[in-house]
Design a protein around this ligand. Structure first.
Ligand SMILES: Nc1ncnc2c1ncn2[C@@H]1O[C@H](COP(=O)(O)OP(=O)(O)O)[C@@H](O)[C@H]1O
Ligand SMILES: [Mg+2]
Length: 337
């Protein structure tokens, strides 16, 4: 991997949830519970997992919007201290975000041009004339007409609005974009257009992406690496192709089994693994492996302590006693890497 742009170490974000009326027995929702993650320059990393597993909370912590309970985040080797004004200003130049809902992201009363120019104005970049030029350039970059700058957001479709949001995110020439479910609210027919636009922009500007998605099929042709999250922790990471070809963690395997295969014969032969039971509460996670309550391969030792994330070769890591060892080497590592 290239020199890391972003380094996250043992990051935890725990939210207190109220106990009884005297404030006793306060519990914590362990939304993010000990995550290590690197993103290299120009690299795109997909963060996938079911809704509620902590993806957005991790994204918000990286953006400086959510204070971690513990752990560290460094951007270009410099520690990110949350709540420090200087850090926030520096981060908002280098790290930008695109959320799921482009309607909520744009002020309906502002023209599209003013919305795109807003970060430039806030950071005092250029004068009115140069900002208008930059807005025209950004609109063209995302496939819209520069003449659209004077219109209100409601004149645009969902896909076009997401293009406007992307233009605004690029205004300050960031290095890293946190893309939090950027196509999940869009019609299926236009998702690939927006994904292709993001890929093209990444190539053109050498951007790094953290692409958050609950849908593994979206990330296949998009990300260099995949990080699979379950209940606040990473259970598997590795190059996208390798993970799709041979998932190690049973949770990854289950997610993968829901992704349609391009080959219809292979698709017909394949069995979909349906996970039984709900995602356990992050306020009261299982004692051992968080996935043990739903895992088809569960063994006794899985219920005793959480498995560590261990290297399984070829730049891959997995947290599974059964498939990746991690304590006493167990059986059934089979032919897997
Ligand atoms: N501000 C908050 N206060 C309390 N709990 C929160 C807060 N934000 C998120 N959570 C909880 O943290 C967990 C992870 O949420 P989130 O990061 O939004 O997951 P995802 O993006 O993967 O769907 C969920 O159980 C959610 O209810
Ligand atoms: Mg989310």
């Amino acid at each position: 991997m290239n020199a890391p742009l972003l380094t996250v170490r043992d990051l935890k974000v725990h939210f207190p949830v109220r106990g009884d009326f005297l404030g006793r027995n306060v519990q914590y929702v362990k939304a993010v519970d000990g995550i290590d993650l690197d993103i290299g320059m120009g690299e795109s990393v997909a963060l996938v997992g079911e809704s509620g597993c902590g993806k957005s909370t991790l994204g918000a912590a990286i953006l400086g919007m959510q204070k971690p309970t513990s752990g560290t985040i460094a951007f270009e080797g410099r520690a990110v201290f949350h709540g420090e004004r200087e850090t926030r200003i520096r981060l908002s130049r280098d790290i930008q975000t695109v959320f799921q809902d482009p309607v909520a992201a744009l002020n309906p009363k502002m023209t599209v041009g003013d919305s795109i120019a807003e970060p430039l104005a806030i950071h005092g970049v250029g004068d009115a004339k140069s900002r208008a030029e930059r807005v025209a350039e950004l609109l063209a970059l995302v496939g819209l007409h520069p003449q659209h700058a004077g219109r209100q957001p409601n004149a645009f479709s969902g896909g076009q609005r997401q293009r406007i949001v992307i233009a605004r995110a690029l205004a300050l020439k960031p290095k890293l974009l946190i893309l939090d479910e950027p196509v999940s609210a869009l019609d299926v027919s236009i998702r690939s257009q927006i994904l292709n636009l993001l890929l093209e922009l990444q190539r053109q500007f050498g951007l790094s992406y953290l692409f958050i998605s609950h849908d593994l099929s979206v990330v296949r042709h998009f990300a260099d690496r995949v990080a699979v999250m379950y209940l606040g922790r990473l259970v598997e990471t590795g190059p996208t192709d390798a993970i799709f070809a041979s998932p190690v963690h049973p949770y990854t395997e289950a997610l993968m089994s829901a992704v349609p295969l391009p080959d219809p014969i292979a698709q017909r032969k394949r069995q979909r693994i349906v996970l039984t039971g709900d995602l356990p509460s992050p306020a009261n996670p299982p004692r051992g492996c968080a996935f043990s309550t739903r895992c088809p391969l569960v063994q006794d030792l899985c219920r005793q302590a959480p498995p560590p994330l261990v290297a399984t070769g070829e730049g891959r890591m997995a947290a599974c006693f059964v498939r990746a060892g991690g304590r006493d080497q167990t059986t059934d590592t089979g032919s897997r890497p």
